[in-house]
Design a protein around this ligand. Structure first.
Ligand code: PHE
Length: 449
């Protein structure tokens, strides 16, 4: 059963879809909480450095391979491999990417389900159903399963509509809404008393922390997670790009948009914490560290919203923002196994979508039922280790395995004089030697700690 390959209908469609993939819970939740945990401004500085110096080159490797091969990651890495051994390695790397994408989606959809539950809570409370409202915000396996399933069903519905009518259409609708909501919330929070203390912590770096290995590993993992790297999402989005699009520019725009939204989210969340403190909400743990992780999103901020004038609307907007961000990312994750299944010609798009969705839900259910043992382990394994490692492999494939003249030819299609550009002077050597070495260095350092 063969089906024609999808393609983004416009440049802006690709930019919004790829930045929709990139902008997600990683930006709005992960980035500010990582910053809160790792000394505020110091983390922000290291993050930006790594995003542009390590993650952007790896993103380019994915986009170039994707657009040239017009295939999913498993086939793509085989297509660019000249020898038997490298083809086998490509196949294995591709499968590793698909498995990691499915694992990420399985924990991501649990967390996104929490956002949906918290989104409903204010409305349920207002309708005079306190029992149900409590159930929505209390941690329980039935709630987690139900909302994870709802979130995955919405994700499947978008993906089964295809590239142009699903991914592109919804990214173009949701991304502008997300930005507008975010800016409104930032302006609102910054006008509240106490916000300035949060701004100071966020924007003034504590230089003594910049060399901290924990901070560097967190920033690296965050940068790779945030740009959706390594698992083939950007590769497959690149494969839906038109041949005449300028790849280095597209990649740079997506990196800049993603980092800007992360930066904006910090402007929202950290000042909001200090506004909460001003209102008497505890924002430090008993050990004296700033609250981070789930406590921050599900306790500190909702407690703050309750004290604010118009807090119900603010809470509603905040959790809608998180849900939208999660959806535009989850569709890109699901597209990875779906495009693979489609291109093996074994199923139609809707069938491939619902089948992949069902498998992901089964994994989510196992995680939900063994939450304490599995959740954090899956997050660490996939995002801290597998994504950088896969990013490294993609750099290796694009620069060591693939022929350099073919790479050049591919970029030239959208940028005829790339040979004389700064990008071509730096990227090939940089992605060949520096990126793999730096990624290995950070990973080795973290394993030794
Ligand atoms: N980039 C997304 C975020 O920041 C997460 C993601 C990871 C999406 C891997 C696709 C693939 O939330």
């Amino acid at each position: 059963m063969s089906s024609p390959r999808g393609q983004f209908s416009s440049r802006i469609g690709f930019i919004l879809a790829a930045s929709g993939s990139a902008v997600g819970l990683g930006n709005i939740w992960g980035f500010p909480t990582n910053a809160a945990e790792n000394g505020g401004g110091a983390f922000v500085l290291v993050y930006f450095l790594l995003a542009f110096c390590l993650a952007y080159p790896a993103l380019m490797a994915e986009l170039i391979i994707g657009r040239h091969t017009r295939a999913n990651m498993v086939s793509a890495l085989q297509i660019i491999s000249p020898g038997k051994t490298t083809r086998l390695l490509g196949k294995l790397t591709g499968f590793y990417g698909i498995i990691v994408a499915a694992l990420i989606l399985s924990f991501y959809s649990i967390v996104a389900g929490w956002m949906l539950a918290y989104l409903l809570e204010p409305m349920v409370s207002l309708s005079g159903l306190p029992g149900l409202a409590n159930w929505l915000t209390e941690f329980s396996a039935p709630r987690n399963l139900l909302f994870c399933a709802i979130f995955l069903i919405v994700t499947c519905a978008v993906i089964s509509a295809g590239v142009e009518h699903g991914i592109e259409k919804w990214s173009c609708r949701l991304m502008p809404a997300l930005l507008a909501m975010m800016i409104f919330l930032i302006v609102y929070v910054l006008t509240q008393p106490g916000a300035v203390d949060g701004l100071k912590l966020y924007l003034i770096p504590d230089f003594s922390r910049i060399g901290d290995p924990k901070l560097i590993l967190s920033a690296l993992g965050q940068a790779f997670f945030s740009l959706s790297l390594g698992v083939g999402t950007m590769l497959i989005y690149g494969s839906y790009l038109r041949p005449d699009d300028n790849l280095p520019a597209m990649g740079a725009i997506v990196t800049a948009l993603d980092s800007s939204v992360a930066f904006l989210a910090g402007l929202l969340v950290l000042p909001a914490m200090f506004v909460a403190r001003h209102q008497g909400v505890e924002i430090y743990t008993p050990q004296g560290a700033l609250m981070a992780g789930p406590d921050l999103i599900f306790q500190t901020l909702p407690a703050l919203f309750k004290t604010m004038a118009g807090g119900t609307v603010v809470a509603l907007l905040f959790f809608t923002l998180l849900s939208i961000a999660a959806l535009t990312s989850s569709i890109s994750m699901l597209e990875v196994p779906v495009s693979y299944t489609l291109e093996q010609h074994v199923a139609s798009r809707p069938m491939a979508t619902w089948l992949s969705g069902a498998i992901v839900f089964a994994i989510s259910a196992v995680i939900v039922m063994n939450f304490d043992t599995l959740f954090a382990a899956v997050v660490t394994l996939t995002t801290h280790y597998s994504q950088p490692l896969l990013g490294l492999m993609l750099c290796v494939f694009a620069t060591w395995v693939w022929r350099r003249d073919r790479v050049l030819e591919e970029i030239r299609r959208g940028l005829p004089d790339v040979q004389h550009s700064l990008f071509w002077r730096i990227w090939p050597g940089y992605a060949k030697f520096c990126c793999p070495a730096l990624i290995l260095l950070v990973l080795a350092q973290s394993l030794m700690n």
